[in-house]
Design a protein around this ligand. Structure first.
Ligand SMILES: Cc1ncc(COP(=O)(O)O)c(C=O)c1O
Length: 366
């Protein structure tokens, strides 16, 4: 890793090193134009090339069918909390939401501005340790759409299977923290959105993958910057997009392809997460937050016996080049975010550190 540390940040997060090396060159001069990627007009031939390539590789890597639009917006995944109901939810209709953590709640909070809300499954009473399924799920009669947060970045839980939703409705997924970490069947979704800053690139750009027939027209008159159909038609550049973000996502998609595609990336992710989860399962010093069946391949959450030890763990890890392991302030403890670009060696180093720390503090109790 040279002078770089193991970066367990939940996002913005570590990026593939080969992509960063390429970006260093392209920031100075891309395609031998004598102009860097961030200095090109978003309407010139170089950026035409970048836009079309990013879209094409995204489509190829994700096997996204032609009847889906791929485009990008600004405002982060958080802006989709209001854009989604504003676009799809008429005042007399209901949308169903899975309540699986903070980011799901941020989406839920905006729905009343536009129409009816039904919580179709919640793990709130269990501190969001699991994903509701089976008889814990009950849909409203005719939801327009069902919203899932496919990976709960803060809690460390992940939908392993998509719910079967009522006929006539479609799934909207906030995939910010597990997009392209494994193969996906886009046809099961009406709309996918993801802030790029975990698995795809820098912050400040949100990837959207939408069924074309659903974004022909919003259910109410909306400002142009909220019009999915218009932004898609304009290739994500109705106004000036985050040009560097479009470029970097393209490079990351190419990197995923070079790894062998999403199945290969999934295998790598299973292996990496397995190193940490196998250790967690083999000991009783650290307590994992998520229930075993639902735990995330991307964000691993756990605690020491006391908050004091959590703080000591984080500080000592940082000093040893295991950076940004503090859990989100809402649940505390530790969180190891190990997105696609995070190296396997970093997971091994973390486990070695955890073993030594547990040994040193053996006997501590909650
Ligand atoms: C699942 C999920 N949704 C939404 C967000 C918010 O994203 P943004 O900061 O891009 O608005 C995050 C950020 O960590 C997230 O993990």
């Amino acid at each position: 890793m040279g002078d770089r540390v193991y970066n367990f940040s939940a996002g913005p997060a570590c990026l593939p090193e080969s992509v960063l090396e390429q970006a260093k060159k392209d920031i100075w001069d891309i395609d031998n134009t004598g102009i860097g990627i961030m200095e090109h007009s978003h309407r010139d031939p170089t950026f035409d090339r970048v836009t079309h390539e990013t879209e094409a590789v995204c489509r190829e890597v994700g096997s996204i069918p032609e009847d889906y639009s791929i485009f990008w917006m600004q405002g982060g995944a958080t802006s989709q909390c209001y854009m989604v109901p504003a676009y799809f939810l008429a005042p007399d209709r209901t949308a169903d939401y899975f309540q699986t953590g903070k980011w799901a709640n941020d989406s839920i909070d905006e729905v009343h501005l536009y129409g009816g809300l039904h919580i179709c499954g919640s793990s709130k009473d269990n501190a969001y340790r699991h994903i509701p399924k089976g008889d814990q799920v009950s849909f409203s009669e005719k939801p327009v759409y069902v919203h899932v947060t496919s990976n709960n970045t803060i809690m460390g839980t992940e939908f392993k299977e998509l719910p079967k939703v009522p006929d006539g409705s479609f799934i909207v997924a906030d995939m910010s923290s597990n997009i392209y970490s494994k193969p996906l069947d886009a046809t099961r979704y009406g709309l996918i959105y993801a802030g790029a800053q975990k698995n795809l690139g820098p912050s400040g750009i949100t990837l959207l993958i939408a069924r074309k027939d659903l974004i022909e027209k919003p259910v109410r008159e909306l400002p142009k910057m909220m019009d999915f159909g218009l932004i898609a038609k304009k290739e994500g550049r109705y106004n000036t997009p985050n040009t560097f973000g479009v470029y970097l996502m393209g490079e990351v998609f190419k990197w995923i392809k070079a790894q062998g595609g999403l199945s290969a990336v999934e295998q790598m992710n299973i292996e990496k997460a397995g190193i940490v989860y196998d250790f967690l399962d083999s000991q009783d010093f650290f307590t994992p937050h998520a229930e075993k069946d639902d735990r995330s391949l991307m964000n691993i959450t756990f605690k020491c016996p006391t908050e004091d030890l959590d703080a000591r763990f984080i500080e000592k890890a940082e000093a040893q080049g295991l950076s940004t392991l503090a859990g989100h302030r809402s649940i505390g403890g530790m969180r190891a975010s190990i997105y696609n670009a995070f190296p396997k060696k970093g997971c091994e180093a973390l486990v070695e550190f955890m073993k030594a720390f547990a040994h040193e503090h053996a006997g501590a109790t909650a």
